[in-house]
Design a protein around this ligand. Structure first.
Ligand SMILES: [Zn+2]
Length: 436
């Protein structure tokens, strides 16, 4: 049994203005306030390309290791639908921003290939009421970057890792990950391709894939054929629904967009990428620390990465990560000096609570501190040991369970990981002696 999954991902680029006009790209205060003849497709209006969108597109293309075309062109994709009054969408066909890239999934030791990366305009939004429909043009002409992968993703682990990796790369390029990714998901079993259109958000993408793989497996197992199809995803019922038998690319008409010239983008600047998972791996190897924990802190947090870079040669990495976790837990930001003070307090096995954090934050004198309550920590550790009986059998081999328990305690009690690790070792050796 083997599935192949490919994605067409639409990323809204955070530009001030739209892709081909100077309207505000993200003005949602009320419908149809950010519009002009260009983004409403009036006859005679002429598009002008947004340079910032080009910079961002090139930055993504570069981060995804792709071959960037020196010269790009735009095409009109012709179709009739109310969200597109000029009856075509400006997109790219012949010379897109880039081709042939990849994203590396370090944990799974795998590359997911990227077929193409192209710029296009978002259509308007249709709001369906019971007896009529309304159209909001605020979104019309918003810059979208479409990233098309090869069908290289073979299972859910790869899909999750891919989405996480892509979102982290986009985050570090300054592309807001709160604007959720919009994805068309292709899932094929053998040869017939089923496409699920317009899924928004990581959780929905994963759930749609789970449902669709189960559905196709069932069809195969009952000896039937899977049909080439376009489906939609219903996030309330968590199912995919057949829309139509699949139309092919040829059914769209494409013509060259003569209102836009060919663009030479060789000299367009781009932002250098940050690969957080790679950095997490390097740090963990260099300092012999828990890679997963570091990754969790820095994938979507550039200030955590800065703190780790700044202090990792001076303090044990686990201590720094612990301090970052505490800041996140209480939603605090400290400057470097105060952060160092926090690290020092943790290393002295002092109980860190909100009160103490506020004292550090306000530079107040810290005169009374409480040490960590060993009894409390021991009880918590024993509870977790009892819940994870397997740990007793092979805890020396199984670092993961060991780290999991330390992580849990550190998170809950804001304690020094070294201290917890020592207590855990001692309690385990006692328990094991007892059980022998
Ligand atoms: Zn406009």
């Amino acid at each position: 049994m083997s599935f192949k999954i490919g994605l067409e991902i639409h990323v809204a680029l955070p530009t001030k203005t739209k892709l081909f006009c100077s309207c505000n790209a993200y003005n949602e205060q009320e419908p149809n306030i950010s519009i002009c003849p260009i983004c409403m497709g009036f006859p005679g209006s002429k598009p002008m390309l947004n340079k910032k969108a080009l910079e961002l597109a090139k930055s993504v293309a570069n981060a995804l290791n792709s071959k960037i075309n020196n010269q790009i062109s735009f095409e009109r994709k012709i179709y009739f639908y109310p969200d597109l009054p000029k009856s075509y969408q400006i997109t790219q066909l012949e010379y897109p921003i880039a081709n042939d890239g990849y994203i590396e999934l370090l944990d799974l030791n795998k590359k997911i290939n990227i077929r193409r990366i192209q710029l296009e305009e978002d259509p308007a939004k249709i709001i369906h009421e019971e007896e009529f429909s309304l159209i909001d043009f605020n979104r019309s002409g918003r810059p979208l970057l479409e990233i098309v992968t090869e069908p290289d993703i073979l299972n859910l682990d790869e899909l999750k890792e891919f989405l996480n990796e892509l979102k982290s790369i986009l985050y570090y390029l300054g592309i807001d990950i709160n604007i959720e990714l919009k994805v068309d998901l292709n899932i094929s079993y053998d040869s017939e391709r089923v496409e699920i259109k317009n899924i928004t958000g990581t959780r929905n993408i994963i759930n749609a894939a789970i449902y669709e793989m189960k559905r196709q497996t069932k069809i195969k197992e009952s000896g039937h054929q899977i049909h080439k199809q376009t489906r939609s995803y219903d996030e309330n019922q968590v199912i995919t629904i057949a829309l139509r038998e699949k139309e092919t690319e040829e059914e769209y008409g494409f013509i060259y967009e003569s209102d836009l010239s060919k663009y030479d983008i060789k000299n367009i600047e781009y932002i250098q990428p940050v690969f957080a998972s790679k950095i997490a791996k390097e740090i963990s190897l260099k300092h012999n620390a828990n890679e997963e924990l570091i990754r969790e802190q820095i994938m979507f947090d550039s200030s955590a990465l800065k703190l780790i870079n700044l202090f990792s040669n001076k303090y044990p990495i686990n201590l720094i990560v612990n301090a970052i976790q505490i800041l996140k837990k209480y939603n605090k930001i400290l400057d470097n000096n105060k952060f160092e003070k926090l690290i020092n307090l943790i290393s002295q096995n002092i109980l860190i609570n909100q009160d103490l954090l506020e004292k550090i934050e306000q530079n107040n004198e810290i005169n009374s501190t409480k040490p960590i309550d060993q009894k409390l920590i021991d009880t918590a550790i024993n509870n977790l040991i009892n819940k994870n009986q397997k740990l007793l059998d092979d805890y020396e081999k199984n670092n993961k369970v060991f780290n999991f328990i330390i992580g849990q305690i550190v998170k809950e009690y804001n304690t020094n990981p070294k201290y917890v690790s020592e207590r855990l070792n001692e309690l385990l050796s006692k328990t094991i002696k007892k059980s022998k």
